[in-house]
Write a protein that binds this ligand. Structure first.
Ligand code: ADP
Length: 413
């Protein structure tokens, strides 16, 4: 057949030109040349048998692999690729063959092209439907995740908010009684302290819920300032000393390289993160246990570690504890103070801490051989903070320029 002869005559130029035209990245060029060869062979076969269906298999393969290829990144579809292949074939035929041969070849190829485009269009349609179905599944999963989160929120709210409210109501009622009867045996200061405690706890839970929703919606804004991590640790140490004494625990603070250097971070949020981790170490370590805060300087990062000799965490739970409202173990356990052994809480401390550290560009993870209330294997929480020497915000950078310049001079020396 004359058209097959003509097609074979342009074979070498056809492969070389199309590899060039599609200008793919180095790694995929070779396999693309192989695919072009396959297309060419099927094209010749479809001319030989006068049956364009010979190309269906390769189109099917291409449609499956298109999503992971360079073509997809460039927004090309199977239809546009096929069209380009045929148009280039016509151009090459025009240049390489005599007018009569080129015309005969183009005439023979035109019906093949229209069949191919129809089939490619059909495949494209199916691919889009599959894509939409997958996207819909993702949305459905996300919605059921949100639904679960919502019901977790309701159960935590029911549990956690009721306790301090009961405190306030109880002491309020006592106060009313007291004022009516002027009972000198009841200590007003104690009653007010009880109400105050309830209100503080309520505020804390509400603040945590606000923080968690800020983090969830990427709305946590950081106030970058020079921060000395060592100083932050010492502030939290002073806050927790009375509690640690009450529990008969030992708190060791190990100074480490880098803890006395300043980095740009949000001091309030860093304090909050360290406070949460130390408060958990106190809560989940038995009376008489030990807590060690230390760290080290790594290239570009500062690592803070908070280690305890507490109940430890099962490896299966070591990711779950960073999800909100996820309280491990006794699920009925609820807030019974910030320092009481296994005191529990709404299960927001670690998600918030993780959110704060990640907002700084860092990471937070835990290391523990497992959960054991006999052997007390303990846990080590690791905080990796980038040592930002410039604040991300240019306004802050201007404000702290002299400090940054001074530090540069010192490191250059
Ligand atoms: P909670 O308010 O329950 O303390 P967190 O988010 O701070 O919430 O912690 C989530 C869970 O992780 C806790 O309920 C506890 O089971 C576990 N956990 C956190 N810190 C420790 C620790 N240092 N040792 C053992 N378990 C811990």
């Amino acid at each position: 057949m004359q058209s097959i002869d003509s097609l074979n005559r342009i074979h070498t130029t056809w492969i070389a030109r199309l590899v060039e035209e599609f200008a793919l990245s180095e790694g995929v060029r070779e396999s693309f040349a192989g695919e072009l060869q396959r297309f060419f062979d099927f094209l010749a076969e479809s001319l030989r048998n006068a049956n364009p269906a010979a190309l269906n298999q390769i189109l099917l393969d291409w449609s499956r692999s298109l999503t992971q290829s360079d073509f997809n990144d460039r927004g090309e579809t199977l239809v546009s690729i096929c069209n380009q292949l045929f148009l280039s074939t016509y151009k090459i035929a025009e240049n390489e063959l005599s007018d009569t041969d080129a015309l005969a070849l183009i005439r023979a190829l035109l019906p093949v092209q229209s069949q191919v485009i129809l089939f490619a269009g059909e495949l494209e349609k199916q691919r889009i439907i599959e894509q939409i179905t997958t996207d819909l599944d993702k949305v459905r999963n996300e919605m059921s995740r949100l639904d679960k989160s919502k019901s977790d929120f309701i159960s935590v709210a029911a549990h956690e908010l009721k306790t301090p409210l009961t405190l306030i109501e109880g002491y309020g009622a006592m106060l009313r009684e007291l004022l009516q009867s002027f009972d000198a045996n009841i200590n007003i200061a104690q009653v007010l302290e009880g109400m105050d405690q309830g209100a503080r706890r309520l505020r804390q839970i509400i603040n945590d819920m606000i923080d968690v929703s800020l983090i969830d919606n990427d709305l946590l804004t950081l106030n970058f300032q020079p921060v000395w991590v060592g100083r932050m640790i010492n502030i939290v140490k002073t806050e927790y000393e009375p509690a640690i004494r009450d529990r008969g625990q030992i708190l060791e603070i190990h100074q480490f390289d880098g803890s006395d250097e300043w980095i740009f971070a949000d001091p309030d949020r860093i304090l909050q993160a360290i406070r949460n981790l130390l408060s958990n170490a106190v809560k989940y370590t038995p009376d008489g246990g030990k807590i060690i805060v230390g760290g080290r300087k790594l290239p570009g990062f500062l690592e803070i570690t908070i280690a305890d000799t507490g109940i430890g965490i099962d490896p299966d739970d070591q990711l779950r504890i960073f999800e909100k409202f996820n309280r491990i173990g006794d699920s009925t356990r609820h807030s019974s103070g910030k320092i009481k052994f296994k005191g529990g809480g709404p299960g927001l401390g670690l998600p918030i801490t993780k959110g704060i550290i990640e907002a700084h560009g860092g990471t937070l993870w835990v290391e523990s051989t497992g959960y054991d209330e006999v052997e007390y294997p303990g846990s080590i929480f690791h905080v990796l903070l980038p040592m930002h020497k410039e604040p991300p915000d240019t306004t802050f950078a201007k404000l702290f320029r002299p400090l940054i310049e001074m530090d540069k001079k010192q490191t250059d020396k």
